[in-house]
Design a protein around this ligand. Structure first.
Ligand code: ATP
Length: 362
């Protein structure tokens, strides 16, 4: 992780945000959040609609005030500072460019307020325009550039202030799918280069995986898990997280034993030896849930289980199956479909679950 001198950590302690409706009922949008974001780190707040991620970001920006708890930027408590007094800059979903300014003047706006010299403004804007790939567009107006280019202007306008913390509120959601992927790669590249602490809100899990040092998964105003993309995918703290990040099959099982190698768990009459499981004292007789990713289910002619194909579809990079096993239907993915035997609907098959990639949650 690159760190620049201006970058600061952000710390939230017991942050609560309640909204009071006109009928006086109280709704707790953010419910007692503790979180430390390191200087130079890129974190994503990820979760379903209404989980409180935007409210959390807006409190860090100063657009909302916490009902209780403490927020720190570096060593400074920022709870009661207005947005302009905080060393943060935000990129919005709706770009929010000044329509009557050209690209150069949109980007230089904050520097002009800071009364920098013409030469310095020109030098900084020039470097920024090059960094975000807008060379040659300096004198165009927002209506004369594409959505992706407008978002680059918004990004440049925020970055040029050299804030201690960059805040991103779903900045790519108005762009088409291909452009989103390109822009997220660029945002990550620029963030790495500058080393600015970044907090990014999205409900797109692929975006979160691609961008983040750590992902903060929220649900109903609370943090469900904080971890690297690998941790949240491979070791989800709950069924909610496993279901939210990627695709997952959930198979109920019973703990039959445990030793230094892991847990013996019975699934549909077969005992599997599983070495990855949640931090918990599982004991014999516990009912548990096995999280099995589709790519960890192999459909073939030998395996621990038998089932019937109910759906088989060629998806290009993989063959997708749905296989009936007992009273559940498993999703399975066979990578490189042209490299092996394919199975058709209604075929009776064997199913292998790869024990190494199964994860057990409570
Ligand atoms: P989305 O992805 O849909 O933007 P989110 O996770 O960002 O969702 P928030 O915008 O933080 O969610 O909202 C969290 C909850 O707080 C929601 O249930 C929302 O309806 C509620 N809420 C947000 N702002 C207000 C407000 N000003 N007054 C009352 N309730 C609000």
């Amino acid at each position: 992780m690159v760190k620049n001198e201006k970058s600061q950590p952000v710390r939230l302690e017991h942050i609560v945000k309640e909204y009071v409706s006109p009928d006086k009922s109280v709704f707790r949008a953010v419910n007692d959040i503790d979180l430390t974001i390191n200087a130079g780190e890129f974190v994503t707040l990820l979760g379903p609609s209404g989980c409180g991620k935007t409210t959390t970001l807006r409190m860090i920006a100063g657009f909302e005030t916490p009902t209780s708890g403490d927020m720190f930027l570096g060593n400074e408590r920022i709870n009661s500072l207005t947005p302009d007094k905080r060393d943060t800059a935000m990129v919005f979903q709706s770009y929010a460019l000044f329509p009557h300014y050209d690209v150069f003047n949109n980007i230089s706006y904050g520097l002009r307020l800071r009364k920098l010299s013409k030469e310095e403004i020109s030098r900084k804007v020039g470097a920024m325009i090059e960094l975000v790939g807008l060379t040659g567009m300096e004198s165009r107006f927002p209506t004369q550039i594409s959505g992706g280019q407008q978002q680059r202007v918004a990004l440049a306008r925020a970055l040029i202030m050299e804030p201690a913390v960059m805040l991103f509120d779903e900045p790519l959601s108005n762009l088409d799918a291909k452009l989103r992927v390109n822009m997220r790669t660029e945002i990550r590249k620029i963030q790495r280069k500058l080393g600015v602490t970044s907090i990014y809100v999205t409900h797109d899990q692929a975006e979160a995986m691609a961008l983040s040092d750590r992902i903060i998964i929220m649900n109903k105003g609370k943090i469900e898990q904080v971890g690297t993309p690998q941790e949240v995918y491979l070791r989800p703290a709950s069924v909610f997280v496993a279901d939210f990040i990627g695709r997952a099959n959930f198979i109920k099982g019973e703990v039959k034993g445990r030793d230094e190698h892991g847990l013996a768990v019975e699934l549909y009459g077969t005992v599997l030896h599983i070495k990855n499981y949640a931090d918990k004292q599982f004991t014999v007789g516990d009912t548990v849930t096995a999280v099995v990713r589709p790519e960890s289910v192999t459909v073939g002619t030998e395996g621990q289980f038998e089932g019937d194909i109910v759906m088989s579809a060629f998806m290009g990079a993989h063959q997708e199956y749905r296989v009936k096993l007992g009273d559940i239907v498993l999703d399975a993915e066979q990578l490189n479909p042209m490299g092996g035997k394919l199975f058709a609907e209604n075929e009776h098959v064997s199913i292998r679950l790869h024990e190494d990639s199964i994860y057990i949650v409570d």
